[in-house]
Structure formats: structure tokens, C-alpha cells
Design a protein around this ligand. Structure first.
Ligand code: UT7
Length: 312
């Protein structure tokens, strides 16, 4: 059985915070942020908007795009490191709001690779015929965990959510290969500190990422029996344009064949990949029968990649 994506959706808060805005509160420059990361602006959710609010909006869109009712969903997986509360989970909160009364629900925590972990978890349940339709969401409200005393991290992150509905698709479509991995020994380089803030040893994470992202990309392409030249579109985790370019250059594709949302939304952790995927589909950059690769890495350390033939 082939498992793929029936529908996509994404949501970003309306409040835009530019690099120029940050210059007023942090010792930084628009020039530094743009050239070192590729970020021009990001979205911050208002105080009364939660991760589950954004997850709900993205999920509603994905359901509509899939042509399904909430009652058709049998499992909800939400990848997040910024749940509204430890419990109830974001998955349970949106199960109630969507009216998905037939769905089991849980959150998945693998930081920026969380959406890859959640997608592959969904795939197992569908393949074993336990569940027909699974809603997979990546959602983050990272703005409250930014340390405004630390200019090396506070300029990087933004808020948002993305979602997909996963189900059985026709035999020539869907997920062809995947890779998931973790290296707990690297956890000390990217973590939530005792004050609750995002903390990172940027240079160490950068070194890890420029090696892991290209390697995982090539691994899933080889596992699927494809060649690098066959990749039509790459959807990388939006951590840093230089890291994304490293993955892209390894498979030899041009910038226009890579999803880039980091300029407008910054790094959205678990939400980055589904937001970039949904945006690319809506912009017509990913079309039926395209061979695409999704690839991410994050705190844990964790990583994951999926290759698939797009379409139902
Ligand atoms: O999804 C989560 C995973 N996170 C990531 O993938 C991030 C991975 N790491 C990175 O993307 C990069 O390491 C950063 C963008 C975080 C930093 O870029 P870098 O090129 O590695 O810079 P650096 O840390 O080597 O710092 C270079 C200089 C330093 O000044 P000195 O020591 O050379 O005088 C920093 O103090 O840049 C300075 N700097 C800044 N300057 C202006 C650091 N942050 C800033 C800032 N504005 N915001």
C-alpha cells in the first residue's frame, strides 16, 4: 500500500516583525541577519493566540483541501515543542475544536525534525490498516521562549503552523523512502534552558546541519532507487539559507527548485516543513507526479527525511 498526502494547509499570524524592528531592541543589524541566515522578517502571534489556535487553522485548511470531514480522521499527531500546556496536548485541544470525535490524539516531540517523525508514524498506522486518515500538524509559538538578551538566537525564530492529511494514495504515488535519526549526545548544543529559553551553540549545530541535511537527502533518494537529478523539488527545514543551500547543492538543483519561506517566516521549528510544503503546493511549485524530498534536523539532536511522488 502507498501512503501519501491528500491535503495541505498552513497558517501564520498577521503580526510582521522585520529585522529593522529588531535593530531597535537588540544589538543587531538587518544586514547581519539577512546575510548570515536569509531571514528578512518573521511573524509573532499575539499574546492571546496559542500554538493550538494556529494548529487548528492549519488543520481546518488541510481537511478542506483533502475533501474530508473532521469525523473521517482517526488519528491526530501534532509535532510541537511549544504546546499550550504539557497536558492536554495540542492534539487533544484541536481534536475537540475540529469535532474530530473519532480520532486518537497525541503530540510528538522531536523539535525541528518533529514533523518528519510524525509523518512516518502516521504512515505506519495507515499501512497496517489501523487507521485510514491521519491528520499530521506541525505548530509552534516560539516567540515566548526567545531570550532577548541573546542576540545569537532571538533573531532566528517565528510562529506558525502547517498541516497535512495522510491516507492511502494510488500505487504510483506517495512516500517512497524515509530516514529518521537521533544523536542524544548532541542535545547539549540545542535545548530549552532552565529559564525556559531557546539556547543553542550555533556553530556546532551549523556544522552538524551542513553535514546531516545533504547526507539524509542523498540517503532517501538512493533508498528510493532514484538519482539526484530526478529530484524535482526540495522542502528543507528553514533553519538557515546557507544550510538549506548545502543540501540543495549536494543534489545539484537550483534555488527555484527549493522551498524558501525563511525570508518571510524565519525558523518555525516543527512547523517549518509543513508550512513550506503547503505554501509550495499552493504556489504551484509542487505538481502532481513531482519527485520531492522533505528534510529536517533539530534539537535532540534529531533528523529526518522523506522522499515521495506527489499526488493522490
Ligand atoms: O532549527 C534549529 C537549528 N538551528 C540552526 O540551524 C542554526 C544553526 N546555526 C546557524 O545558523 C548559525 O550558526 C547562526 C546564524 C546562529 C550564527 O551564524 P554564524 O555565521 O555561525 O555566526 P557566529 O556564531 O560565528 O558569530 C559571528 C559573529 C560573532 O561576533 P564575533 O565574535 O566574530 O565578533 C557574533 O557575536 O556574529 C556575531 N553575532 C551577531 N551580530 C549581529 C551573533 N549574532 C548576531 C546578531 N547580530 N544577531
Amino acid at each position: 500500500m502507498q501512503v501519501g498526502v491528500l491535503g495541505t494547509g498552513h497558517y501564520v499570524p498577521s503580526k510582521v516583525v522585520t529585522n529593522k524592528d529588531l535593530e531597535k531592541i537588540v544589538d543587531t543589524t538587518d544586514e547581519w541577519i539577512r546575510t548570515r541566515t536569509g531571514i528578512e522578517e518573521r511573524r509573532f502571534a499575539e499574546d492571546d493566540v496559542t500554538t493550538s489556535d494556529m494548529a487548528f487553522h492549519a488543520a481546518e485548511q488541510a481537511l478542506e483541501d483533502a475533501g474530508l470531514d473532521a469525523a473521517d480522521i482517526e488519528l491526530i499527531l501534532v509535532a510541537t515543542v511549544t504546546p499550550d500546556t504539557a497536558f492536554p496536548s495540542v492534539a487533544c485541544i484541536i481534536q475537540d475544536r475540529l469535532g474530530a470525535e473519532n480520532a486518537a490524539a497525541m503530540d510528538v516531540g522531536a523539535a525541528c525534525a518533529g514533523f518528519m517523525y510524525a509523518m512516518i508514524t502516521a504512515k505506519q498506522f495507515i499501512e497496517t490498516k489501523a487507521y485510514k486518515h491521519v491528520l499530521v500538524v506541525g505548530a509552534e509559538k516560539l516567540s515566548p521562549i526567545l531570550n532577548w538578551e541573546d542576540r545569537t538566537t532571538c533573531v532566528l525564530l517565528g510562529d506558525g503552523a502547517g498541516a497535512v492529511v495522510m491516507s492511502e494514495v494510488s500505487e504510483d504515488k506517495g512516500i517512497l523512502s524515509f530516514e529518521l535519526g537521533a544523536k542524544g549526545a548532541g542535545g547539549k548544543d540545542l535545548f530549552q534552558n532552565k529559564q525556559g529559553y531557546f539556547e543553542m551553540n550555533g556553530r556546532e549545530v551549523f556544522k552538524f546541519a551542513v553535514r546531516q541535511m545533504p547526507e539524509s537527502t542523498v540517503n532517501v533518494v538512493e533508498k528510493a532507487g532514484y538519482a539526484k537529478e530526478d529530484v524535482d523539488f526540495l522542502v528543507p527545514h528553514q533553519a538557515n539559507i546557507r544550510i538549506m543551500d548545502a543540501a540543495r547543492e549536494r543534489i545539484g538543483i537550483s534555488r527555484d527548485k527549493m522551498a524558501v519561506t525563511i525570508n518571510k517566516y524565519g525558523n518555525n521549528s516543527s512547523a517549518s516543513i509543513p508550512m513550506a510544503l503547503s505554501q509550495s503546493v499552493k504556489d504551484g511549485k509542487i505538481k502532481d507526479n513531482d519527485y520531492i524530498v522533505l528534510v529536517g534536523f533539530g534539537g535532540g539532536l534529531t533528523w529526518g527525511a522523506v522522499s515521495m511522488l506527489w499526488g493522490r
